[in-house]
Write a protein that binds this ligand. Structure first.
Ligand code: DU
Ligand code: SF4
Length: 228
């Protein structure tokens, strides 16, 4: 119920004026042509997946015509196609595709979070916007700590947001904060003494996957090392 309360609070957040304007402009007037006839979500995007997950996957932010359209994290864009196919191959997802809310997709053992919950112009939130959205991430980490074993950070933004939020929550994190790298692994310890592994992985965006910088095998290997 508490994660539901968190999602409810996030869904009406308007704390970042530039992102509120962008998410709503895209939804109202800037729709991609191929989606012109569809309703758009146009709001902050809540987390999705297993509420008791030992693995949290932290991404960057919703895509303007992806999750900002479908309302479900990583759903409806090439990044999500790549990620959910890998989650299915490694046993975390019950189907390989993620088309729209209500398509039957479910995750077991994993939950996906965006470190910034609203779609930013050019996929680039400002430092101020990252700071403003961090309490939502922190609250989610707090609510998940009891069953958390690993966190997979997709890209440097997710990595940095997660480490910073954990530090602010009083977790033991290495200082200075370690830098993001694909395959980087860091042990962090909760105030209750539970050890959690933070793992870095290149983001699943076309920029990385179309160029072969991140291959399906590389993502499968990281996921397989973390469960389910
Ligand atoms: O209504 P609900 O059971 O809290 O599920 C909300 C949403 O989360 C549903 O679309 C499936 C997904 N989900 C999941 O992926 N894995 C779970 O273990 C439980 C729910
Ligand atoms: Fe609120 Fe986060 Fe969206 Fe900013 S990015 S408006 S803090 S949900």
């Amino acid at each position: 119920a508490t994660l539901d309360h968190l999602a409810a609070g996030i869904s009406v957040c308007r704390a970042c004026p530039r992102l509120v304007a962008w998410r709503e402009d895209v939804a109202r007037t800037e729709r991609r042509k191929s989606f012109a006839a569809q309703p758009y979500w146009g709001r902050p995007v809540p987390s999705f997946g297993d509420p008791e997950a030992p693995l949290l996957i932290v991404g960057l932010a919703p895509a303007a015509n992806g999750a900002n359209r479908t309302g479900r994290v990583f759903t409806g864009d090439p990044s999500g196609d790549f990620l959910f196919a890998a989650l299915h191959r490694t046993g975390f997802a019950n189907q390989p595709t993620s088309e729209a809310a209500g398509d039957g997709l479910g995750l077991t053992g994993a939950r996906i979070i965006a470190s910034v919950r609203c779609a930013p112009p050019a996929n680039a939130p400002t430092p101020q916007e990252r700071l403003t959205c961090r309490p939502w991430l922190a609250r989610e980490l707090e609510l998940s700590a009891r069953h958390l074993r690993a966190i997979l950070a997709l890209g440097a933004a997710g990595w940095q947001a997660t480490l910073t939020a954990l530090g602010e929550l009083g977790w033991e994190v290495p200082r200075p904060l370690p830098k993001f790298a694909h395959g980087a692994r860091v042990q962090v310890t909760s105030p209750a003494g539970d050890e959690v592994t933070l793992v870095g992985c290149y983001h699943v965006s076309p920029h990385n996957t179309y160029t072969g910088r991140l291959t399906p095998q590389m993502l499968d290997d990281v996921l397989a090392s973390l469960g389910p």
